[in-house]
Write a protein that binds this ligand. Structure first.
Ligand code: GDD
Ligand code: MG
Length: 325
């Protein structure tokens, strides 16, 4: 089977970081978001198609420099086509059934079991569903006793949400769905297309365990905590001369002599953390600098950004331009 990964969004909820890099390349627990998503795919997937748009060249360059464990092809949109438009545009040659993945989902999910469930009885699609308290940012499903989806509403107000089971952004679809998407314009798959597919047999696959959409600062950092706890961190290097419980995933050339790590931290390539600085629950991206005695908590420091000596950064997204405030 092949997998289609949607990776063309603007990442508006992570600005200003996403002015510099696409959200899927932000590292959490020492590995870019996209690669955590690809980790979920069964090893027998024979091709991954990345439907790119915003900052497509950066994604392209990155996957060439850091090849994932699957053959990868990128198909870039000149204009944003939405999730459905992106599927239509990039969906040629996907085979009879394919995995459809959002690229900002961090989860413990067995996608081989999702595929097996899909093949067990004739149907158009099988969508992994996660149970959440606050359904507002998500697509919400109503389910029959046999897990058939009987209604689907994208981002309804709470009083119109039919359940607490939401589209987890991990699914298997028959290629036939692509014929149902109009070409040549932007289309939201979840809003415009999915409700009209339900009559042909779309089933839910209930996830248990951790699931989150890492598309906001809070949820990204929560996902990072999960990845460390689950032992799914990337490079676990710890800079010499640093102390504190961490956990920490730092690039081999990051320096942090005399700094302390009080919670989960990712340090990208070439990061310099000054002595006496304290970091917890944060991501500091490639080439960024955290000054001496600074404190960075529950924050993301973008590539090349500078946190001045002694500055307190709490619950912030720090971009390169705003670094010298
Ligand atoms: N190619 C392409 N083109 N991809 C896009 C575009 C586009 O125009 N717009 C968004 N994407 C990609 C994003 O990069 C992301 O990986 C995925 O499609 C979903 O977009 P988000 O912007 O993250 O959507 P969302 O989080 O508000 O909602 C979606 O995900 C939820 C689960 O996290 C929907 O699928 C919801 O139904 C779902 O519950
Ligand atoms: Mg999202």
């Amino acid at each position: 089977m092949k997998a289609l990964v949607l990776i063309g969004g603007f990442g508006t909820r992570l600005r200003p970081i996403t002015y510099a890099v696409p959200k899927q390349l932000i590292p959490l627990a020492g590995k870019p978001m996209l690669y955590h998503v690809l980790d979920l795919l069964p090893r027998d997937v024979d091709e991954v198609v990345l439907a790119t748009g915003y900052k497509a060249d950066e994604v392209d360059r990155f996957v060439r420099a850091h090849p994932p464990p699957f053959p990868v092809r990128t198909v870039a949109e000149a204009e944003p086509l939405g999730t459905g438009g992106g599927m239509k545009h990039a969906g040629g040659g996907l085979g009879e059934t394919f995995y459809l993945l959002n690229s900002d989902v961090i989860a413990s999910a067995d996608l081989a079991a999702l595929g097996a469930t899909h093949r067990r009885s004739p149907r158009l699609g099988t969508m992994a569903l996660a149970e959440v308290d606050d359904t507002r940012p998500y697509g919400v499903a109503a389910l029959a006793e046999d897990d058939r989806i009987t209604a689907f509403v994208e981002k309804p107000p709470p009083e119109r949400a039919p359940s607490h089971w939401i589209n987890a952004g991990l699914a298997v679809w028959s290629r036939r769905v692509l014929d149902r998407i109009p070409g040549g314009r932007a289309v939201s798959f979840e809003q415009e297309i999915v409700p009209g597919l339900l009559a042909e047999g779309v089933y839910g696959f209930r996830l248990r365990g951790f699931w989150d959409d890492a598309g906001t600062r809070e949820r990204l950092l929560r996902s990072q905590r999960f990845l460390f706890e689950a032992g799914r961190a990337g490079d676990r290097h710890r800079p010499p001369g640093s102390s504190g419980p961490g956990p920490i995933a730092a690039a081999a050339d990051a320096t942090a002599d005399g700094a302390t790590f009080g919670g989960p931290v990712t340090l990208g390539r070439g990061v310099e953390v000054g002595s006496g600085a304290h970091l917890e629950d944060c991501v500091v991206m490639d080439g960024a600098r955290v000054g001496r005695g600074a404190r960075v908590v529950r924050s993301i420091v973008g590539p090349g950004a500078i946190v001045d000596d002694g500055r307190q950064v709490v619950d912030e997204l720090v971009g390169a331009a705003s670094g010298d405030r």
